[in-house]
Ligand binder design. Sequence first.
Ligand code: PLP
Length: 397
Amino acid sequence: MFGQVELLPADPILGLIEAFNRDTNPNKIDLGVGVYRDAQGNTPILQAVKEAEALLLTREKTKSYIGSHGDPAFGQQLLPLVLGQDSAVLQASRATLTQAPGGTGALRLAADFIHRCAPGKKVWISDPTWPNHYAIFNAAGVEYASYRYVDSNTNRLDFPAMLADLQQIPEGDVVLLHACCHNPTGFDLSLEQWQQVLEILKARKLLPLIDFAYQGFGAGLEEDAAAVRLLAEQLPEVMITASCSKNFGLYRERIGAFIAVAANRNDMEKVRSQLAVVARSNYSNPPAHGSAIVATILANPELNGLWRREVDDMRNRINTLRQQFVDALKPFGLAEKFACVAEQRGMFSYSGLKPEEVQKLQQEFGIYMVKTGRMNIAGYSEQNLQYLCKAIASVCG
Ligand code: PLP
């Protein structure tokens, strides 16, 4: 049987990593893979995580199962981080959280839940988006379609087109929205623009599924949650998928959560019961180490403070790198062409580089990024910024 199995091409990002590892150019730069890097090019373990792990080593008493919804302490800590300390939704017991293996696992729970409880509903996704969104809904057998997000001529957010497309979505369908740090473009909506999106969601009775993978990487932990909180407070039903991969640097521990906000406590309990079944049939129980770390950090005032400072440092470094990139392109007359890089938020940037320019950067300079021109801003550093900008000037010239 295996002989008849089709050989699939490698995932484009994995292919990029392999090509990067093979490249012998001493100046090579990896702007492809989506992980944070410090000035030395490392993806460090946060100090708050190290200290939480030290505490866990002495405190942990069992490795028994943690249940389909995960560790209750994790849920208790993450809900206010996402929805706000004084959330009316939390006070009314309208929200339920199911721990998941990363933001990806949370999205799969959402997709399976939609398939199970709202069959026939389509999910509307921004064009472009994180490619795994398509793969996850495909795997769950949920149909999807796109709404416009970027003007391909100007390489800027096309908000009027987004609104026009949202207005055409059939009543009751699901709309996937990036809460902040839109991947791959880096273009986020202002609060006024979110208000306009909210009005359409209300008018057309659309159900938002908010992908919240980068809390703290845009404007701040509280600021980045503004859209999530606005929609959760103003709409009867909202779904949120949170990830602790980036903001806790816990990528490989696989820790995230699916949150459902229901119209009332009774509906919340119904949704919660379905999610337990969905989780059980996927992986039974989520992994425990990541949730124990997050719960320990958030519950401990000292570790919480340390973690918040570390998130601030990561965000400030990325935003500084964005500005330095545009400044370094000034001598080449390219500052205006790439000005959007300083305005975008999060780890990624739609640079506007064309596929042939991306290819040249790879072949001639050992600079690797996704074909669409998406750059990981944390992939370069102060040390190789000049090399990067010179190379860009050479391929854009
Ligand atoms: N959603 C978006 C938009 C992402 O960019 C990512 C990761 O890159 C995820 C979700 C999932 O993250 P993870 O499964 O690593 O927590």
